[in-house]
Design a binder for this molecule. Sequence first.
Ligand code: SF4
Ligand code: SF4
Length: 361
Amino acid sequence: MKLIDSFRDKEKVDILLKQIDKLNIKDKEYRFMEVCGTHTMSISRFGLRTLLPENILLISGPGCPVCVTSQGEIDAIFDLVKNNDVIIATYGDLLKVPGSNGENLYILRSMGFDIRVVFSPLDVIEIAKNTDKEVVFLSIGFETTTPPSAGLVKQLVKENIKNVSLFVMNKTMPKVLDFIANQENVMVDGFLCPGHVSAITGERLYEPLVRSGFACVISGFEPVDVLMSVKLLMEQVNKGEFWVENNYGRVVKRNGNELAMKLMYEVFEDSDAYWRGIGVIEGSGLMLRANYKDFDAMEKFNIEVDYSKSLPGCRCGDVLLGRIKPTDCSLFGNRCTPEDPYGPCMVSSEGSCAAYYKYGG
Ligand code: SF4
Ligand code: SF4
């Protein structure tokens, strides 16, 4: 039996469902937001929503860096590609994200523009060493994937490589969680906290949330992890007492990965960031520190971003804040499908709309 099987074990699932049923106050609605796209996908894939009582709602949040990247930045990438003789290095997730005029990086690549998929920022070094062209790395992600971007910058300095720059679109979690918690109509009682991000940030990230009266449980991604986390969230809500519970101790340590956080903040500093469908959240983004500005593609290529752009009809912003379910968007399943996505939540293999489309709610 593989280790993973024990986290999908039907007997354990049944026991947890019974425990959840016991805790369930039937005339109450429990609303828990899973912040991370990987949770969303796992919840949909294993049909966990359908196993839970109807009054326990799992709501998808802004856990996808691709989904929350602004339309203006996506369009600016296309302008950059078309107006400069550059090589673009990107994670595969971004290739299908549509620009305002319907094109995407796949289409640009088929038109002959040099767009390459990398699996690690360090792959960019190899590309740069074998070309005289400028290479632009599309740096995207939360605390999980930003330290490797910082590692790339450090390596560029070390090897004195000058033909690489980063289009920085990285964001961090604390301020957006705070934003969600302080919305006018707060839609959640607690958070199923993202396992991967927590592995880097540690448990402290969620302390402000519990002080504000939200249940917080850091969770893994398998059915037993998620159901156990739901049970732990319910216990906090029923007691009216809140704390950060680490239900992913096999990966997340209390202080996270301090080396990775240190590396990230050596190279980047906090900045304001624009979140798709949400707007500007102060201090929720990252930018290169002054001594690394030579690696800033925005400055090198004079990139202007029009943050006011949005896709007419796309309700990704409401989906990302848990205000609506993906299926409430009128474009869901007709104009917008994983094969022909209109909005970014349908693009990523872990986007909320894609999860609902593939597996149901
Ligand atoms: S692209 Fe995403 S991880 Fe990558 S993420 Fe999106 S939903 Fe999650
Ligand atoms: S269904 Fe498509 S258009 Fe509607 S919110 Fe989701 S991604 Fe955006």
